[in-house]
Design a protein around this ligand. Structure first.
Ligand SMILES: [Cu+2]
Length: 149
């Protein structure tokens, strides 16, 4: 009988220890999850939030279509709407230093080095319609040239 009580005590103690273990693992698990969430949040801070903006080219006195884009934390506007087949003049007003000093329209084989805190002109004729990307050399900053028929 004494031996039976001893066994019972051992079993009850084992159950208590196991419960404490499970509880400890649960709270550790949720702690780890919290850390993961924090990591994700700090990672998303690196992503740039770009507000979409549209700009239309106008026909200038030379009969060219023309638009001005300011570069500072992105292209402003970041979508330029132009017409197909009319020579295009884009004025880039670069208001920062860094990799955006190179602009590239890879679909039109146009690449130009801009001067920080100055306006540079890029000229070409958009000879095909569609949506084309212009960007810095690493494609971190992107804009869209929308060529309409
Ligand atoms: Cu870049």
């Amino acid at each position: 009988m004494k031996q039976f009580t001893l066994y019972l005590t051992i079993i009850i103690l084992s159950i208590i220890i196991a419960s404490v273990n499970i509880f400890a693992q649960c709270s550790m698990g949720s702690g780890g999850h919290k850390q993961h969430t924090q990591k994700t949040e700090s990672h998303s801070e690196h992503k740039k939030i770009v507000t979409p903006s549209k700009g239309y080219a106008f026909i200038n006195d030379d009969g060219m279509q023309e638009a001005t884009i300011t570069i500072k934390d992105g292209y402003h506007p970041n979508t330029i709407i132009v017409k197909k087949g009319i020579p295009l003049r884009l004025n880039f007003d670069l208001q920062e230093e860094g990799c955006t000093a190179t602009i590239s329209f890879k679909d039109f084989d146009v690449k130009k080095l801009l001067t920080p805190f100055d306006i540079a002109t890029v000229e070409f004729t958009p000879d095909s319609s569609g949506s084309f990307t212009f960007a810095c050399p690493m494609n971190m900053i992107e804009g869209t040239l929308l060529v309409k028929e």
